[in-house]
Design a protein around this ligand. Sequence first.
Ligand code: SF4
Ligand code: SF4
Length: 162
Amino acid sequence: MNEEQKKFLELAKKNKKVNKKMFTRLARKKNLDTHFHSMHEELFEKIDCLTCANCCRTTSPIWRDVDIDRISKHLNLRPSEFTTKYLHMDEDNDWVLNQSPCAFLNLDDNKCSIYEYRPKACREYPHTDRKNMTQILDLTFRNTLVCPAVAEMAEKLKALGE
Ligand code: SF4
Ligand code: SF4
């Protein structure tokens, strides 16, 4: 992770309480999707995720059955063999990784060894270009502590007086 990415994650950790309150207020904000989508576009134009990979190192995506079927097939495993080897069910009955960092992350170059086949949740992370952002504000707040881009979005929202 580069210095700028570290700086934003440290800020998010330091400002955790203030950010939590701000994200609660955001539920009432008009045009919330437009704000998030424009920040997402601006930030992901400059961020190189290969210098970071903090999502793959520290959290698990949710693996849908279609993800498991596709990736098992690619790895020449039966879905049951795949889940036994790599996944477990969490308290919400979602399939998640057994370990962090993800077993498919190459720790030397931050590349995903199943990139073309990766779960939908990986492709869409950190979900800040999604419709109806009001529905995932809790998740987005938690992601300020994982993803430097989301941490930077929190700072930008604060600068807007949110
Ligand atoms: S499957 Fe690939 S993109 Fe998804 S968490 Fe693992 S390494 Fe990251
Ligand atoms: S999505 Fe966020 S946490 Fe994941 S690699 Fe990119 S900047 Fe890092």
